[in-house]
Design a protein around this ligand. Structure first.
Ligand code: TA6
Length: 296
């Protein structure tokens, strides 16, 4: 279902038969809502978010491509998140287990304007699939379509903003003992201690070569998120905390308490594609609700 949303921007709404749903803006192929089968919102979107190009939407799942952060000559986090995507009229074949999922396939192709900024032609296909249990799978397929014979290199992240009730009661598991680059300390490299990660101040870290599964425990909501990833070795963890929050015009002063970004990413080792080559990177999100016995 395609509906008109804010400022004339259009979004696609996917509804799964058990009651979960996902909303995706063509602007940025940006997921702005992910609701479970009880209708509860699982993603954070700022009440101050600006739904107006060229400003990216604050919250949900921005796509960082072809550059993560300011690690290159482009604007921070690249340009995919502030381009207008379209429906993909030639999507990849559906997998065998597709019958129990709802899908949307979007595509972004480099335009002449983009080629001035980043001189590499590409096709970026994003599949958004929602299955039973509100499992949300995002699959990116990026192809080098240049005819100049040249490879290109990019970094990438699904910059997911999870909704949490109280950041000081949140724990992240799966990143213990790993090396990370600390963005708050000029990207110096450190090693995480053995305990699960908790939050009491600004965090902006790029964990390197992480396991394929990371969990976020929101104790106040009695909810656990699981992130599973493929093709994305790194994981970024970000919370701006109070001072940085105040510096962002499109983010409420206290909203840092209600969000946490955990981002499946490829940052440390950029991905290189030769002409005709395709890269695939997948992030799967699921949640265990408070009623489940698995939380005990
Ligand atoms: O992923 C963490 C990060 O790169 C932070 O350094 C940070 O400021 C943030 O993303 C948000 O970036 P944005 O460009 O969306 O304001």
């Amino acid at each position: 279902e395609v509906v008109k949303a804010i400022n004339g921007l259009e979004k696609v709404i996917l509804r799964e038969i058990h009651g979960s749903s996902v909303e995706v803006y063509f602007y940025g192929a940006h997921v702005t809502s992910w609701k479970n089968e009880q209708g509860e919102e699982l993603l954070f979107v700022s009440s101050k978010a600006i739904f107006k190009p060229p400003k990216p939407i604050r919250g949900g799942i921005p796509i960082c491509f072809p550059q993560f952060s300011d690690l290159g000559p482009l604007e921070a986090h690249g340009f995919a998140r502030n381009r207008l995507w379209t429906f993909d009229d030639n999507p990849p074949p559906l997998p065998a287990d597709a019958t129990n999922k709802v899908f949307a396939d979007l595509i972004l192709r480099s335009t002449k304007e983009d080629l001035k900024l980043w001189p590499h032609s590409f096709e970026y296909r994003l599949r958004i699939a929602l299955g039973p249990g509100a499992d949300l799978m995002l699959t990116s397929r990026i192809r080098n379509t240049s005819t100049d014979g040249k490879p290109f290199t990019f970094t990438f992240a699904y910059h997911t903003y999870f909704s949490v009730l109280d950041i000081s009661e949140v724990r992240v598991e799966g990143l213990e003992t790993l090396d990370y680059l600390d963005n708050c300390k000029k990207r110096e490299r450190f090693t995480e201690q053995g305990d699960s990660i908790t939050f009491e101040s600004e965090v902006d870290k790029i964990y390197l070569s992480t396991p394929t599964k990371i969990t976020i425990m929101d104790h106040e909501k009695k909810r656990t998120f699981a992130i599973r990833k493929d093709g994305l070795p790194d994981a970024v963890v970000w919370n701006p905390w109070d001072k940085k929050a105040k510096m962002m015009a499109d983010f409420g002063d206290d909203e840092y308490k209600n969000m946490l970004c955990v981002e499946a990413a490829a940052v440390e080792k950029p991905i290189t594609l030769k002409p005709g080559e395709e890269w695939r990177g997948r992030q799967e999100l699921s949640t265990v609700p408070s009623s489940s016995k698995q939380l005990d």
